[in-house]
Design a protein around this ligand. Sequence first.
Ligand code: ATP
Length: 514
Amino acid sequence: MAQKEDVFKKIVSHAKEYGFVFPSSEIYDGLGAVYDYGQNGVELKNNIKRYWWESMTLLHENIVGIDSAIFMHPTIWKASGHVDAFNDPLIDNKDSKKRYRADVLIEDEIAKIEEKIDKEVAKAAKRFGDSFDEAMFRQTNGRVLEHQQKRDVLHSRYEKAMNDNDLKELRQIIEDYAIVDPISGTRNWTDVRQFNLMFKTQMGSSADATMDVYLRPETAQGIFVNFLNVQKTGRMRLPFGIAQIGKAFRNEIVARQFIFRMREFEQMEMQFFVRPGEELNYFEMWKETRMKWHKALGMGDEKYRYHDHEKLAHYANAATDIEFQMPFGFKEVEGIHSRTNFDLSQHEKFSGKKIQYFDPELNESYTPYVIETSIGVDRMFLSVLCSSYEEQQLEGGDTRVVLHLPKALAPVKCAILPLVKKDGMPEKAREIMDMLKFDFACQYEEKDSVGKRYRRQDAIGTPFCITIDGQTVEDNTVTLRDRDTMQQERVAISELPRIIGEACSLNNLLKKLV
Ligand code: ATP
């Protein structure tokens, strides 16, 4: 565990050192849970967004995009339930003066017990070798059963308290299980209170005409309130979807784990509108479609899993998360929810406008049901970064840090490196750059030894380095170095667009999805 945390720290500093992610307002000592993307980060982020957007809008004839405003009429958030219920239970430790989410403290306690069980299992697996029967061991080992029972009792108490919104009981659980503040190590806790996660601000200039507005905590509502606009102007027939990428804001109580939990972040959401009664089939379809999208990146199928929600929101009839194995455990990257007709009905009720779809096949009007796929760009970015990062020991005692980014997502596709700054090499290199730059993000570098330049490109995940040497000037060939294998081959300049194109093309990635 400690080792994994070390790796995560290294990834965070690597992200800063190589221009991927900077803490916001750094020269003013930063701003909690807000980050800026640097020169390489923005390219990687844009490529992730493009992959998602094109997979939605190009590969599905019945999905179109929109870009709705961040500010919306405040009643929207009343209708959606966010004003009344978008809360987290918070608790303060009086000694450390730190604030925590009570539910997260309890979940961490549950995870600790689960870890103890896993350790017993791992120990036994080592002892018994090939003859080990894990299922049997879990069912019969005394210590495992004891831990399991403790975990189940805690889990059901916790689940009931959350379902009942019982803040006193959450406090009591923290007391009964002697949960301490990880910083002060004390149990000097305040009561548990509800905390609304929406940021509020005022719109309008004169004092008497101002209106409280919220920074949107999700992009989805912009889609719901435009349902009729898009359906009518696009002459859309059910089933159809509306996709959107945009910023969302949540005043998270505890901001942890770098860009995993931010106060300003970006979402890619798609609402798929279907006939009532057909929603669970589409839910299954979208579960599969979205998993395929993740796995096509080739970061390792074993790093993904579904986590079905046990506790459903009152308006949902199915929900699952796609989790990714981060260095700090399996964590939600994307949510897929069957939201019934809750949102559209609420907006109909609160706006007083009819929001219905006339189904020409059934010859009747109804409120469509909705399947939502909702993924955080930043969490996706983090999963790509974490799974790509490697510190490699090379022959001869050397080491290198390399980002094995999916090639279609890499910020720079090829580096163009004249071996030396003379003998016509820079000129030839510029010619190659001028040929490639319209199709690929290229970087021209002539400073330092070529070895050092390779290392810099490895560190930002550039799939190819093209080296221009004496022979290039004579026969129009270059060496092409592969980031992952470090193999170099001599190829004709005229071959470069094809080789780089095939390896880095977003289209080839999209083709895996159909
Ligand atoms: P969590 O339980 O981790 O707070 P959530 O279930 O509230 O997440 P949703 O409301 O389903 O998240 O949002 C959809 C997606 O938006 C999440 O899967 C995640 O990728 C992203 N997301 C949500 N909150 C944040 C945040 N504070 N920072 C970065 N990404 C976020």
